[in-house]
Design a protein around this ligand. Structure first.
Ligand code: HEM
Length: 417
């Protein structure tokens, strides 16, 4: 794709800092775009238009089972998610009928009563974390606020002992490094998460509580239950899918509001907008640029492009959510926007299993920061805020802020779109 006059090549350093011009170009010129994936130089396609992304996520000819449907090149490059670990059986990487069964058992534990109980946990953790941030006066939203709240909530919900929270935060930092040089620690971090999950399941089998892990152990549908391995994979998948995503999401939303003091003010003045604001944040810049790989199960045609069987396909949800064919003024953040039907939490069979928790945490944690610190301002020049170089996750590395007495300083703010 690199020709003069064209935007940054996919997955280049420049792209990671600002992928939107690349997405706009692709939507316009090559909506089902063939390229070479940087890991293993694998031939792949990326899909960037809203309608096509929805098709990839809901058409059963796009499988999540990389080990079964992926071509040799894809498998040889080690791109099959969870291969060789307990995560091979995770809900994220299996197709029906295995997926239907795992998903039904897991969903039976997300009862309205349990989600309501999580509200109390989130509020308490948000308040205590804000107290610590207030003592500091200057803090990093990613490390000291979003990271602590997201890992803390996940720990409490799944039933971790309190002393393991900090350890979880550190392990997650290993699994989702901000620095590409730290990629070599990923397998170690992954193994630790699986080990955590295994210990947790064993502990809750001996000593059940009111937490989600115990509920998953008890979950039963028509006499069917999750096996030990499936339980460990489910708990590990929740830790992996449900902590750093929330951290990224809260960080991106906070940055969007720091950039647009008018929207931050509106949210403070009209707390009833929290629900629509969260949907808009998920559309505007949720935690993920793309979802996990899909593999074509047969030769097929997608929007005029021929894809051979076994082809890896990346669905760019961040691009779909900025598609002008679907959203009016897609690059404008408007927390009063309604009926967005964004793809920030996915779509189809594999849509986010933790959506209720993601929304709940967002609705509490994002407004709470601006309510507590009406004078919150960036503590670093805007151009120094960097995004991590991850093909799937979109989040800033650090977001230093300080609590000013006199309200937001407009000079420190970035784009006003
Ligand atoms: C703002 C936070 C979150 C975002 C943006 C997010 C986004 C997503 C997306 C886009 C998918 C679809 C992946 C795909 O199709 O390949 C997904 C799936 C999933 N999410 Fe989330 N998620 C969030 C929070 C959570 C939380 C808190 C949990 C756990 C409680 C969770 C657990 C899962 C699981 C287990 C799946 C796989 C579901 C399946 O394959 O059937 N997520 N999430």
């Amino acid at each position: 794709m690199v020709e003069s006059g064209q935007p940054a090549p996919l997955f280049s350093s420049e792209y990671y800092q600002d992928p939107y011009p690349t997405f706009a170009w692709l939507r316009e010129n090559s909506p089902v775009h063939e390229f070479r994936f940087p890991v293993g130089d694998v031939r792949m396609w990326i899909v960037t238009r809203y309608e096509d992304v929805r098709t990839v996520l809901s058409d059963s000819r796009f499988s999540s089972e990389g080990g079964r449907w992926g071509n040799e090149e894809f498998k040889q490059a080690g791109l099959v998610s969870g291969a060789g670990s307990v995560l091979e059986e995770a809900v994220t990487v299996v197709d029906p009928p295995a997926h239907t069964r795992l998903r039904r058992l897991a969903m039976s534990t997300f009862t309205p009563r349990r989600v309501e109980e999580w509200r109390g946990i989130v509020r308490r953790l948000v308040t205590s974390t804000l107290d610590r941030c207030a003592e500091r006066g200057r803090f990093d939203v990613m490390e000291d606020y979003a990271g602590v709240v997201s890992a803390g909530v996940m720990g409490e919900i799944l039933g971790f002992r309190i002393e393991r929270h900090q350890e979880l935060v550190e392990t997650l930092a290993k699994v989702f490094p901000s620095d590409p040089a730290l990629m070599r620690y990923v397998p170690e971090g992954m193994a630790k998460i699986c080990e955590y999950a295994e210990r947790l399941v064993e502990e809750k089998r001996r000593n059940a509580g009111e937490d989600l892990t115990s509920a998953l152990i008890r979950a039963e549908e028509a006499g069917d239950q999750l096996s030990k391995k499936e339980l460990v994979a489910m708990v590990a998948a929740m830790i992996l899918a449900g902590s750093d995503t929330i951290r990224a999401f809260v960080g991106n939303a906070v940055l969007a509001l720091l950039d647009r003091p008018d929207q931050a003010r509106l949210l403070r003045e009209r707390p009833e907008l929290a629900g629509s604001a969260v949907e808009e944040f998920l559309r505007f810049e949720g935690a993920l640029s793309t979802v996990l790989f899909r593999l074509t199960t047969e030769d097929l045609d997608l929007a005029g492009t021929k894809l051979p069987a076994g082809s890896p396909v990346i669905a760019a949800i961040l691009s779909a959510n900025r598609d002008p064919l679907r959203f009016a003024e897609p690059d404008r953040l408007d927390i009063t926007r309604t009926g967005t039907r964004h793809l920030g939490l996915g779509h189809g069979l594999h849509n986010c299993l933790g959506a209720a928790l993601a929304r709940l945490e967002g609705e509490i944690a994002i407004p709470a920061l601006f309510e507590r610190f009406p004078g919150l301002v960036p503590a670093t020049p805007r151009e120094e805020i960097r995004y991590i170089e991850s093909w799937a996750m979109r989040r800033v590395v650090r977001l230093p802020v300080e609590v000013a007495e006199d309200g937001p300083v407009s000079a420190a703010a970035g784009p006003s779109a």
